[in-house]
Design a protein around this ligand. Structure first.
Ligand code: ADP
Ligand code: MG
Length: 569
């Protein structure tokens, strides 16, 4: 007689078969047994404190390893709490597989426990959402869900498992077995398009290369570095495209971003979209006559917002490889002494001077620039930096440089706050398993930290040495000093007087470490900050919190355009 197993084990084996390595989740009825089956087949299970954080961790591991992480949750509220995370994965084009328990099928329609239309609920945020009809068909659906999460433009998949299917027992020979699919097919560019791209780049007066996180996902760093190095073309990285070509490369014009976007006459856009992050590619942030060579894995993305000169459907890796060859053949090098480089260099110098002045201003209460400048000095230069919070993320991006690809994770295309600690957990596991010794630093606004602060307990449980730096201005955007906050509180009913953007003044978040008999740090001055960062980096078996009190009114340096200044749509 052949072996008999239940749905839990069929599912655990199918996940293993498809190359899944990590599962993040929060269990309860009906998926507790499933978590045990998952561990029994050798998959790593990480129990989180909040389902959203579990989805963030699972998608970050997907971006870092190119294989989806799984998020495992219970029915009803458990799955509902995942929708924000699924949407975030889908919008950032990162692979993710969510698995939800569901009420028993014979309780459906009559008020079953946590009954909820989960497949339909997930569908808008997923490339594939389904409920396997029985245990024998589980492997088929798992294969498809994983394939759709990583093939083409990566994204989210959802699989729904009623308790009765997980508990049903079948003999192994009744399982419809499934293959494990090969690596995603890689679309190559048409050689003619490489020639015309090279023609356009060679004849442009003001060329610019924009590198997005799609290039990071494509692992195109070797060729893109070669391209920039040998052609001397100026480039800009998007927030998570940072590090594909090092931020410290001479050709980075990050410090002249506004000017570069506004005046470029030809843009090579690799692995980035002309959405709000790039001001839709439109005037006044871009020249209205700018020509764009757009390279993307999906044809549907082409000509979005503006019409491209060339729309090249290709994986960035073979595209960059072929373009490097073509440009080498032509021995093309963009002259350092031409007008465009002069203009860009001048602007970079001017802006760097302003930022330097602000960075060197160590007056107390501290400003963002001096905090980041000093943090950057102290952290290992190969660490993974995670960042969220409005000013914390925006100002930090220009000072906390990345010289390695996929070493910056932030609120991303969806602008999601609350991703930080989940991303931190995934990044720390990735470091432990793939690059031991590498460190993870979460640079968090105090508001952003609040969304997922309890994940500190998860980091303690799994011995993850994440350093969390909270840049604390006691508010969302801006806050109040302790005295001002107190007087506002005393003005009458606090719900009528405390602005919606304020948080309790000078909260000592570092005391959370005391819950685990560990020491947290706080800093009001640069010497205190430096000492704290140094000490926080020592432990390699648990996280640390550094709470940096900054001026509640600290802001960005004056900007040419206010945030989200749009073209006339
Ligand atoms: P950023 O936030 O850096 O601007 P986006 O997420 O807006 O980046 O854009 C990334 C783009 O990269 C998406 O349009 C996606 O389809 C594309 N992409 C993802 N993977 C690849 C790949 N391997 N090759 C080419 N394009 C890719
Ligand atoms: Mg804040």
């Amino acid at each position: 007689m052949s072996e008999e197993i239940n749905g839990n084990m069929v599912l655990a084996r199918a996940l293993k078969e498809q190359g899944i390595e990590y599962v993040f989740g929060i269990v309860g009825h009906p998926v507790i047994e499933l978590s045990m089956a998952i561990q029994s087949v050798g998959l790593k299970y990480i129990g989180m404190r909040n389902e959203q954080s579990a989805t963030y961790a699972a998608q970050a591991i997907g971006y870092l390893t190119k294989k989806p992480g799984v998020c495992l949750v219970v029915s009803g509220p458990g799955l509902l709490h995942c929708t924000g995370g699924m949407a975030n994965a889908q919008i950032n084009c990162w692979p993710l597989l969510v698995i939800g328990g569901a009420t028993n099928e014979d309780h459906e329609g009559i008020g079953g426990f946590q009954e909820c239309n989960q497949v339909e609920l997930s569908r808008p945020y997923c490339k594939y959402a389904a409920r396997p009809p029985n245990a024998s068909l589980i492997p088929t659906h798992v294969e498809k869900a994983v394939r759709l999460a990583c093939y083409g433009r990566p994204g989210a998949s959802y699989l729904d498992f009623p308790g009765n299917i997980l508990q049903s027992v079948i003999s192994v020979d009744k399982i419809v077995s499934c293959y494990s699919h090969p690596e995603p097919p890689i679309p190559f560019p048409n050689p003619k398009e490489i020639i015309s791209s090279a023609d356009a780049l060679c004849s442009a007066k003001k060329p610019l290369v924009i590198i997005g996180k799609g290039a990071g996902y494509a692992r195109a760093e070797t060729y893109l570095r070669q391209l920039i190095h040998q052609t001397n073309l100026p480039f800009l990285a998007t927030p998570m495209g940072k590090g594909v070509v090092p931020d410290t490369a001479r050709q980075s014009v990050a410090s002249a971003r506004t000017l570069a976007l506004q005046k470029a006459d030809l843009i090579l856009l690799v692995g980035a979209r002309l959405n709000w992050i790039l001001h839709f590619g439109r005037s006044p942030r871009f020249d209205s006559n700018v020509k764009v060579i757009q390279v993307d894995i999906v044809p549907e993305e082409m000509h979005n917002s503006i019409k491209s000169l060339a729309a090249i459907q290709s994986d960035i890796l073979p595209f960059a490889d072929a373009l490097v060859d073509e440009m080498s053949k032509r021995k093309f090098r963009f002259d350092e002494n031409n007008e465009w480089w002069k203009e860009l260099n001048d602007k970079c110098e001017k802006n760097q001077k302003i930022v330097k002045e602000m960075s060197l201003d160590n007056s107390v209460p501290l400003n963002y620039y001096s905090v980041f400048h000093n943090v950057y000095d102290m952290i290992p230069n190969d660490c993974i930096i995670i960042s969220e919070g409005a000013n914390t993320m925006d100002i930090g991006r220009s000072i906390l440089l990345n010289n390695l690809p996929r070493h910056r994770l932030d609120a991303g295309t969806f602008g999601t706050m609350g991703v930080g600690l989940g991303f931190g957990i995934a990044a720390a596991l990735y470091c432990r398993d793939y690059c031991p010794g590498k460190r993870v630093i979460c640079v968090e606004g105090d508001s952003a930290f609040g969304f997922s602060g309890m994940e500190i307990e998860t980091m303690i449980r799994y011995n993850l040495p994440v350093v969390i730096i909270i840049v604390n201005n006691s508010g969302i955007g801006m806050g109040f000093s302790k005295e001002d906050y107190k007087s506002i509180q005393e003005m009458g009913d606090p719900s009528l007087t405390i602005p919606a953007t304020a948080l309790n003044a000078e909260t000592h978040y570092e005391h959370m470490m005391n819950m685990f008999d560990k020491k947290g740090f706080y800093a009001r001055t640069i010497p205190e900050l430096k000492k704290a960062v140094k000490e926080a980096l020592i432990p390699t078996d648990h996280p640390s919190i550094i709470n940096v009190f900054i001026n509640p009114q600290a802001d960005r340096k004056p900007q040419t355009f206010s945030w989200l200044t749009e073209s006339k749509l």
